[in-house]
Structures are given as C-alpha cells and as structure tokens.
Design a protein around this ligand. Structure first.
Ligand SMILES: [Zn+2]
Ligand SMILES: [Zn+2]
Length: 820
C-alpha cells in the first residue's frame, strides 16, 4: 500500500494540532456562547517527572466528555492550568538543589507539551499558573475580602510539626504519628496562625450536599468530614470553690462539657480535661502540681494524631479538684488525660465508665467508680449493678439509677434530661460539627505571602488592595529552619516596610498561604484571565459559572471541594458572585493499575505516556485508556491490549477511503446504526466510555459483515469516534470531503422507532452460570436458540464434547444448558 494511503498518526496528529491552533478551533467565544458548558478537570501540580498515565487517564476522560458536549451543540470551555505553589514543589527543589522559581517554568513547559500532544481540547488563551503574580495577586485579594468580613483571624494553635520538613502538617498528613512525606515523628507546637472561619458555614455545607449532582461516595466523604452530631452542653459546678461573680472568668461557670449522651448524665463519675485546658493551672492543687506539670509537658510533646488513636493505653493524672455532677449533686474528681483534645468540643468531658469503652478502661485502670444508668427493659426489674464491661447500645435500653428518669427509654431521656438542665440554666441542646476552622498559614517560602503588615502602633494592618500583589521575593536561601518562622523573615529588605496607616517602620507577615487556597478559586479565574483589574469579570462569571461538570480524583474529594464550596459561599455573601455551589456536577474518576498491581517506581512498572504515544499515536493511546474500564472505576493497563484499538482505527481508516452512496442499507444494519448512535451517546453521557467504544467496534463489524460501504454509516462512525480519537476523526472527516472541523458536525441523530430491533440478545447459561449470549429473532423457538447457542465459540467451550442433558428455555429471557 502506498505510504500516503495508510494511517500515519505521527503525521496527522501534528497536522491537526497545528490546524486547531491556527484556526482557533478550541477557543470558544466566551462572550457569546450558545448553551455554555464549563468542562473542568482538576489542574495538575507540575512535577519534574511530567504527566503520568493516571493524569492522562483523568484528563482524557474529561476531554472526551467535553468534546462530546461540543458535538451536542454546546459552546464548551475546557481550560487547564498548574497548581504550582506548595510544599511538593519546594521540597523537590530543595532535594535537587535548585530554586523552585527556576524549576517550575521548566516543568510547566513540559506539562504543556504533553497536554498538547495528547490532543486535549484546551483553550490555551486561558491557561494559568497559581505562581504567576497575575494570579496570586487575586489569591491575596481574596484573603483581604475574608479579613474585612471577619472570616479570617489569627490565633495561637496547637499544630502538628514535622521537625525534618520544618513545617506545619494537616492532620491528614500525619500517618501513625509520622510525617507522610518524610516519615519523621511528628511533634506538637503552638504557633500563631491565620484561620478561615469555615465552621460558620457547617450547616450550609451540609444542607447543600443533598441538592448536588455528585458521586455518592464524594458526598458521603464530605458529610463524614463535616461530622454533625447532636447533643448537649452541660456545666458541672466546681465543688468547694466560692461561686465567682456572675460567672465571669475562667472556671467561673464551672466546667462545661459537650456530650452526645445526656441520657447517661447520672452515671458521670469523674471528669477529664485536655492537658492544655485553661482551667488546669487554676484548679490543680498544690500537692498535685508537680505530677500534673510533668504530664502536661509530656502531652505537649506528642503529635495530635497519635493522641486520637482509640485503642492505645490510656494515661492520666488527678489534678486534686472536684466538680459536682449537676443531677446527682455528688462530687466528681477532675483528671487530665491526653486522649481529650482541646480542639474537640469544649476540651473537657464527663466520663461515664459504665457506658463508654474509653472511660471504662480509664476507670478500671485508676479505680474510679462505675455506675450503671442504662439497662435492658423487660420484666420491670432492670439490672442496676455495675456492668462487667461498657454497655454502649441505646436501643431497647431504659434508665436506672437516674432518679425521676428511671424507666424512661434512652432516646427519650436524652431530650428530657437536656430540657430539664436547660430550664435550670445548667445546660442546653447543641449541635456540634467535627470540622475545624481552616488553618491557612504555612511557615514556608513557596507560596503567596499573606498580605498583612504588623505595626507597633496600629497592630495588624491589611495591605491596601492597590499595593497587591505582595510579591514573593526571589530568595536565594529559602530553606525552612527550626524557628518555626518562615524564611521570608530573614529577608530584611522585604520584611521591613512602612506601615500603610502611619508610615512608621513595620513588619510584613511572613507566613505564606496554603496551596488549597490557590486551588479553591481557580475555576473563577479561568474565564477571566485577560482581565488585569479584577479577579473575575462579573459578566463572564455569570455566563460560565458555576462549573457544569467537574471530574477529578478521589484524593481531593474532601478538602479541595469543601474549601472551594466554602469560599464560594463567602464570596456570594459578600456580593462578588451569584452562586454558592461552585460545581454543579462532580464525578470522581478511578485509577489505573499496571498488570494488576499499583504502579510505582520501585516496582518498575510505571507507564510513561510519552513512549506509548510515540509508538502508537495519541489517538490510539486515548482510545486504549478509555477502553480499560468505566471512567469512575479505572482499569488495568496491559501492553498487549493497546494493539486492539490501533487495529480498530486502521480498519476504520480503510473504510473511510472506500465509501459509496445511494445504495440500499440492509434492515438489520439500519437498526444497528440507530442503536449504536443511541447507545454510544448514552454511554458517553454516563462516562462508560469502554462500552461506548465496544459498541462502535461492533458497529464496524456489522458494517463489514453486511458488506456495506455506505457513506452515511461511515460518516456517522467518524463523528462518534471524534471524542476518543480527535486527530484521527478530523483527518477522516477531511478525507470525506468536509472543510470544517468534525466537532461542528453535531452528534448523529437517531430515529427511536428504528432503534428497537426484531432481534434480541439472550444470555446463555451452562449449568446455571451465564457464559455467553446469542442474538436471535424475538420469539424464536427453543431448537433455533439452542442451535445458535451451540454455534457460539464461548458456549462450545463450556459445553465441551458432551451432549446437553437438559435444556431450560424461557422465551425472550434466557437459555440454560445443563451438561453432565
Ligand atoms: Zn516531614
Ligand atoms: Zn502604623
């Protein structure tokens, strides 16, 4: 065959990349769109290794969807960018001894090359990097809006500190007490940090989830992270201390606890405070001081995550003070223990050893009283003796040893006891969330400086908006040190600055902000990248936001999405945008493994996309990735498999070169044609790309088997292939005589009346197990169906040489062949 007639991906892919750029094919008119569709994928962190196959799978999956939406007549905006600030980039730069400001542009250039090579429908005019001052100027602007609105504040907080990386770690970055990055044991430190008041938004963040078209797993993860629980706040007066004036001052009102089990209040026999609790110093008696101080010091050295591990040995110290159980009036000793954390509830708990496993273990160890207050109801003579282990269930339980509440069901008692306390001013019903405020401070170099100036006379002064961006200075030595203060503090020229209010010498905030802040608003910037005087243009934002469909990884299903949602709510409340949920539809994609196992450098089984693309072409690579499994599940990459999609494209290539018009199309093929148009559309809509591709392959077989060369069929086939193999489809479209892009062709319409076939597909079972299927005429008799089944290779394999012992046939439903 002459070379110019065969399928040469290397030539046509370069040709179409150039033509798309030259014709602006992927540059939608953002101001006059028809049915705008914002197709977003999670922007990558530009690593030195380049895009890996997992990125390619996710991006291609999102791109297929965007291209499909375009074929359906939407104006599709598909932007891409780089999440290039943060500890990943900084640590890598430290490792290789280069500056991140030098490395990142190289990495970005490499990522862009790869993203273009894979054939993404990206609108490169709107590409962005979070490290660009044009971008982070507005990240800083957003911080200032939150500060002005009282949604940003500074406080001293206990944080996880990695002594090796010399930085604060989020709880989820601590694994078994060690830094997830370097494996060093994590310590606790107290630092002044900036926080965003995301906890003000708990109710909205939770309530809105019900209305979102998101993957169920993602919504559940968000719900769990928010962690709403109902309970009561109860105050235990301090025993033997004079009642302070009007409840002012620490401890004045006693010790307040949050509990989800107010029904067990009569069984509260001691209290436990977090070692950091402000009352500890005040309440500790002189004889207990030495032991308490030592315990407090030891607890402070531990990381917060280890302290939360449920099953480790409980330790604690009695501080010498007593409080009073508000319902029994009995004195209860006050202890401290490191399993109680300041950051949860009130930093104090009432301990009910009979009905809480942790409290039971603690009471047993330190010989504290155990009083049962719940028992199985039944014969009216409930057991009121101390249990041998904690009884935690509430179903079917009634109260005992609980005064006038005896005999009441546990659920009812929760409300009744809370109500009684509320009426006496000693407690109230409260809803609590597990979510904490968002700590955005990072004592590192590679991030946007937080735009605040400290003046001895004026205090913390926001940097005036006209002075933004606060540029990150080019710092030779950006290594963090053990001081817990950002390296920026060492750069005096930058650090000292006139106070914007009084003009006296003042100091800049040296913390940079969390990368999650960069990524919490990037979708707002994409449509407005050409505006330099505003973060996002009002009209553009109204036209394009919220995002129509967002596809991304499960690893960001909690924090990134939660922070983006929170920020949208704040920006809406402040009048900057008109919506509060940024992502109308979200789907989490699956993962790719290689030959059944996870890809890793140490296993040496990492798929390097560039090599495969060079050998097979981007279109074959895309098709193969999408053929591996449903997008939301992922699949197993095997080298042998890539040949199949390539052979398929070769076949279609030949068909395109040899078409006829005007002939009769056999009836069965007409049915298959319409059914394929429908099935491929539905499968792509449902992100089941693998079955959509399979349907196209079957369609090609059907055309071949019918001996057809009909141009109408082959044209539709090319259009349907376009989302998966865009360069290939463009070339074929041109070969079919068209002069405009195939993506303007429209998804082929189907005739619903022609979709239903007179044929049906019937599952074939062998000994009751489904092994294959046959296509037969609707209502075919048993003999015909059996004969068809026995011609099928797969069925033959399972039946073997034996004659069927018995045949069970349910007309139009199934065939079961029983063999001996
Ligand atoms: Zn570390
Ligand atoms: Zn000042």
């Amino acid at each position: 065959m002459p070379p110019d007639n065969s399928y040469r991906p290397d030539q046509i892919e370069a040709k179409w990349r150039a033509r798309w750029a030259e014709r602006g094919t992927n540059q939608p008119d953002l101001d006059h769109p028809t049915r705008p569709f914002y197709n977003l994928m999670m922007f990558p962190y530009p690593s030195a290794e380049g895009l890996h196959v997992g990125n390619m799978f996710a991006f291609t999956g999102s791109d297929v969807y965007g291209r499909f939406k375009r074929l359906q007549g939407h104006t599709v905006f598909e932007p891409i960018g780089y999440d290039a600030f943060g500890i990943h980039s900084e640590n890598y730069a430290l490792k290789v001894g280069k500056h991140p400001a030098e490395l990142i542009p190289q990495n970005i250039a490499n990522f862009r090359r790869q993203l273009e090579r894979i054939g993404g429908m990206f609108d490169w005019r709107h590409a962005l990097s979070t490290t660009d001052p044009e971008y982070y100027k507005w990240t800083q602007w957003i911080f200032l809006q939150l500060l002005k609105a009282g949604k940003a504040y500074k406080k001293k907080a206990g944080v996880n500190w990695c002594p090796f990386d010399k930085t604060v770690l989020a709880n989820e970055q601590v694994i078994d007490g060690k830094c997830e990055r370097c494996g060093t044991a994590v310590e606790q430190r107290f630092l002044e940090q900036w926080f965003f008041r995301i906890t003000d938004y708990c109710d909205r963040l939770l309530a809105n989830l019900d209305g979102l078209d998101w993957s169920d797993t993602t919504r559940t993860a968000q719900r769990n992270w928010l962690g709403r629980s109902e309970g009561a706040e109860i105050t235990f007066p301090l025993h033997g201390l004079p009642t302070p004036r009007s409840g002012e001052g620490p401890g004045g009102g006693g010790i307040t606890v949050f509990t989800t089990r107010p029904d067990t209040l009569y069984g509260a026999t001691f209290m436990v405070l977090a070692p950091e609790h402000p009352l500890v110093a005040q309440l500790t008696t002189a004889d207990r001081k030495a032991e308490v101080d030592a315990y407090v010091k030891a607890a402070a050295a531990q990381d917060l995550v280890s302290r939360k591990v449920g099953d480790r040995e409980k330790t604690g110290v009695f501080i010498g003070a007593h409080a009073t159980n508000p319902v029994t009036g009995k004195p209860v000793p006050v202890w401290i223990a490191d399993y109680v954390l300041m950051e949860y509830g009130t930093g104090a708990i009432m301990a009910v050893p009979a009905h809480d496993e942790r409290d039971f273990a603690f009471a047993t160890k330190y010989a504290l009283p155990i009083v049962r207050v719940l028992a199985e109801s039944g014969d009216g003579r409930s057991d009121s003796s101390a249990p041998a282990e904690a009884i935690v269930e509430t179903d079917g339980m009634v109260l005992v040893n609980s005064g006038r509440f005896d005999g009441m069901a546990a659920e009812a008692a929760m409300r009744a006891i809370t109500q009684q306390l509320a009426s006496e001013g000693r407690g109230k019903a409260v809803v609590q969330f597990r979510l904490h405020d968002w700590c955005i401070s990072r004592q590192r170099y590679w991030g946007p400086p937080i735009p605040v100036i400290y003046c001895d006379g004026c205090g913390a002064v926001p940097v005036p908006e006209k002075d933004l961006p606060v540029l990150l200075p080019a710092l030779e030595d950006f290594r963090p040190d053990d001081s817990g203060i950002s390296p920026l503090a060492r750069h005096e020229e930058w650090y000292y600055v006139p106070c914007p209010t009084c003009g006296k010498r003042a100091r800049r905030e040296t913390d940079v902000s969390d990368t999650f802040l960069d990524s919490a608003w990037y979708y707002l910037r994409y449509p407005s990248t050409e505006f330099h005087d505003r973060p996002f243009d009002k009209t553009r934002t109204k036209t394009w936001c919220p995002v129509t469909t967002y596809i991304g990884g499960n690893e960001h299903a909690v924090l990134h999405l939660l922070y983006s949602r929170f920020l949208a709510m704040v920006l809406k409340d402040l009048g900057h945008i008109e919506f509060e949920e940024p992502f109308t539809r979200f789907r989490a994609h699956g993962l790719i493994v290689k030959d059944g196992s996870k890809m890793s450098k140490s296993r040496g089984n990492v798929v390097i996309p560039d090599e495969y693309i060079a050998q097979w072409g981007a279109d074959t690579f895309r098709m193969y990735l999408m053929f591996l499994g449903p997008l939301q599940e992922g699949g197993d990459f095997r080298d042998a498999g890539i040949n199949g999609p390539r052979r398929f494209l070769d076949r279609v290539w030949l068909m395109v070169g040899d078409t006829t018009t005007g002939g009769e199309i056999p009836k069965d093929l007409v049915t298959r044609w319409h059914a394929t148009k429908k099935k491929a559309a539905e499968d792509i809509e449902g992100l089941r790309y693998n079955t959509a591709i399979a349907a196209l392959m079957e369609f090609v077989n059907a055309i071949k088997e019918a001996g057809s060369r009909d141009r109408a069929l082959i044209q539709d086939l090319v259009v349907m292939l376009a989302p998966f193999a865009p360069h290939f489809a463009e070339e074929c479209w041109e070969r079919l005589g068209h002069t405009t892009t195939v993506f303007d062709a429209g998804w082929p319409k189907w005739d619903e009346s022609l979709v239903v076939s007179d044929e049906i597909e019937l599952p074939v079972q062998v000994n009751g197990k489904t092994r294959s299927k046959v296509v037969v005429a609707r209502g075919a008799d048993e003999a015909t169906v059996l004969a068809a089944a026995l011609r099928d290779e797969t069925t033959k394999r399972f039946v073997g040489e034996k004659l069927p012992k018995k045949v069970i046939y349910v007309s139009n439903r199934l065939l079961n062949i029983v063999v001996g």
